[in-house]
Design a protein around this ligand. Structure first.
Ligand code: FE
Ligand code: FE
Ligand code: ZN
Length: 277
C-alpha cells in the first residue's frame, strides 16, 4: 500500500489532524511542531497526543513527520540565531516523546556567508548537542534546493553533516522532490541514476521520508517553489515512477503542494491510482 499524506495544520491539535488525514484517505501526515515562523509552542496536551497515538495505531498509519520551523538556522553567522535553533530543536524533540516512534525533519540551514564547510560543522555541532541515546524520534535532514546560501543542496553536503554526528543511528534524510530537482538532480529523466548516486554518497538505508512536490521551475533553478502534482516541471509521469520505484515505494510520502484539504484529497486519490499494488 502507498503510504501517503500531506502537510496539515496543527492549529486544532493532534487528534484533529489524524481525523483530517482519514477524511482525505491519507495514512500519515506532516505537521509543524509550532508556528512555522518559530515562535513559542503551545503546551502539549498529553490526552490529545494519546488519542492520536490510538488513532494512528488503529488505522495502521505510517510514521508521522514533524517539521521544524523553517526559519530556524543552526548555521547562521549570528551566534544568537544558532543558539535559538538549538534550543528550539531540543524542545521539539522533548515534545516528540509524546508521540514516540515518529520522524522530525529540519532544514539544515543557511551558512549566511560563512561557507558550506563552516555551516556543516555548526549543524553537526547542534545535532551533537541535542541528540540523546534514549530518544524515540529519528531526526531527518531535508535535501535543499540551494537557494541563497542553503546547506544540504548536494548529497555530499548531507553526508558531510551525517559523518560528523555521533549518534548516527538517530539520523536520516528526507528527500524533497521539488528541492532535489531545483538543485539539479534529474529525477525526471534519470531517476535510477540519481537514486544510485544517493545510495553511493549517503546510503539508501538513511532515506526515511519523501516530500512529494512538483516544481514551478526548471531543473537546476535553485528556486524552491512547490507546484501541484502534475502541474509543474516534474510532471505526473515522473511522480508515478517515483512512488513506484523499488527504492522508494515503501517509504512514507508527504505532499507539501499548494492545496487546501480538498485539493490534497484529489492528489492523494490521483497518486493512489498511479501506485502499482
Ligand atoms: Fe521543508
Ligand atoms: Fe520539503
Ligand atoms: Zn520547499
Amino acid at each position: 500500500m502507498l503510504n501517503i499524506g500531506c502537510h496539515l495544520s496543527s492549529a486544532k491539535g493532534f487528534l484533529a489532524m489524524g481525523k483530517d488525514a482519514l477524511k482525505i484517505n491519507a495514512n500519515t501526515f506532516q505537521f509543524f511542531t509550532r508556528n512555522p515562523r518559530g515562535s513559542k509552542a503551545k503546551k502539549i496536551d498529553p490526552q490529545d497526543a494519546e488519542a492520536l497515538r490510538e488513532l494512528t495505531a488503529e488505522h495502521r498509519f505510517a510514521a508521522l513527520l514533524a517539521h521544524a520551523p523553517y526559519t530556524l538556522n543552526a548555521c547562521s553567522a549570528d551566534a544568537h540565531t544558532r543558539e535559538f535553533a538549538l534550543l528550539t530543536m531540543a524542545d521539539d524533540l522533548a515534545r516528540m516523546e509524546y508521540l514516540p516512534g515518529n520522524l522530525y525533519n529540519f532544514h539544515p540551514g543557511s551558512h549566511t556567508g560563512q561557507g558550506a564547510e563552516t555551516g556543516i560543522e555548526q549543524i553537526a555541532a547542534a545535532l551533537n548537542a541535542i541528540l540523546k541515546p534514549e530518544q524515540n524520534t529519528a531526526v531527518l535532514l531535508e535535501t535543499m534546493a540551494g537557494k541563497g546560501s542553503e546547506v544540504g543542496r548536494t548529497f555530499e553536503e548531507l553526508r558531510a553533516i551525517l559523518d560528523r554526528v555521533s549518534l548516527k543511528e538517530k539520523m536520516g534524510v528526507c528527500l524533497d522532490t521539488c528541492h532535489v530537482y531545483d538543485a539539479g538532480y534529474d529525477i525526471v529523466n534519470r531517476l535510477d541514476e540519481v537514486l544510485a548516486e544517493f545510495d553511493r554518497v549517503i546510503g539508501l538505508s538513511r532515506l526515511r521520508a519523501v516530500h512529494l512536490n512538483d516544481s514551478m521551475n526548471p531543473i537546476g533553478s535553485h528556486k524552491d517553489r512547490h507546484q501541484k502534482i502534475g502541474r509543474g516541471s516534474i510532471g505526473l509521469e515522473a511522480m508515478a515512477r517515483i512512488i513506484n520505484h523499488p527504492a522508494l515505494r515503501d517509504l512514507p510520502f508527504y505532499l507539501e503542494t499548494p492545496n487546501d484539504l480538498a485539493g490534497y484529497a484529489e492528489e492523494i486519490a490521483l497518486l493512489r491510482g498511479a501506485y502499482r499494488e
